[in-house]
Design a protein around this ligand. Sequence first.
Ligand code: GH3
Ligand code: MG
Length: 397
Amino acid sequence: MFDKNVALLSEPASGDAEKHVQILMVEDDYQDVQLLKALLSQQEYCLDAMTHAQSISEALDCLRSSGDSIELVILDLSLPDAQGLDAYHKICSSCSEVPIIIHSGNIDESIAIEAVQRGAQDYLVKGKFDGHLLGRTIRYALERHQQYLELQSEKLKLQAITAALQHSNQQLEVTNQALEQLATIDELTQIYNRRRFDEVLWAEWRRLAREDSPLSLIMCDVDHFKAYNDTYGHPAGDACLQQVAAAIANIVQRPADLVARYGGEEFAFILPNTDLKGATHIAKDIQAAVQRLNLPHLASSTGDQVTLSLGVASMIPHQDVSPVQLVEAADRALYTAKRLGRNQTQVSLPDLESAITEVRQASHKAKEFCQTLKHARSSLARSLEPAKQQRVPQLRW
Ligand code: GH3
Ligand code: MG
């Protein structure tokens, strides 16, 4: 169909071979049919390629039985079974892919405009055109229609490409999420890793500083784990860490709570909006969960099963203070638990913490004061230098 039309896109030189465009003429007036045929033959259209229907229903039958072979419809708007644009609508709705030229005795311009707006290729008024104009109208109709079909096909390709792109974007998003997830999960224990711990700690610290609400931290460490590895082997040590992680992972339930493998055989809990009392309570639950595992540890000097030591700290975050202070406080409490015999929870006392902070601040201020004193002394020495030199007796020879 397209190839045949391409030949029609340029003005035909005189003496061109007959043009085989499969045209369906829908016309009930015998004289008009003869006139159109005569005009078309002047333009060297092959009359054998014409089909004629006298009504809309005949035309629809013809379109149905012809498969896709009809390339153009020339349609009268005054037919026995349809009048005006209704005739156009009936043909158009059953073969939207075929260009339609209207051939009508109605000179009402508004109908012509509406027909073209609805997709008709052209509107020829009966008796107001010659063979040359008819030939050109057919050529342009086929050309425009071909361009329309090409555009449609490009549009479909574009839609397919867009859909494929959207699909791969979605896949990329899923992959990115999976990667992001992988980057925050500890491979051995399948709980959050240190990276995630740090992210959440800083984010919660900033959030709770605005809310003026407490943030608690529990640091847990498996007791005598080196001895466990030495006794049972490294793979058994790995399995032990997995069991401990699984046992403690579900103890905290609030959406903002987080449990992570802090490193080695150390685990950490971030508990937003939780005070020291609440965090201590959770620490006891953690300790009890590991006890319930009842994992034998014959090399432990603390007992005959795997145990944890825990350090708890709580602070109301402040934007001028780093959350590292909270980690250090929990670590100090954990160290105390280790020192006092392991398998226990120790709490970082706020009074003690503020005393430590005060001592640190005082020591910092003292250092600054010493520094200022030193500067003052050296500038005093510099300012006294000329006076000293004046007092040196001049030797005369
Ligand atoms: P303490 O009671 O004072 O905590 O003593 P500890 O032996 O538990 O502590 P130490 O720091 O001396 O030893 C920790 C051991 O944990 C040493 C290290 O090889 C082991 N460890 C750290 N990460 C892993 C791991 O992923 N798998 C295994 N199997 N062992 C680990
Ligand atoms: Mg340990």
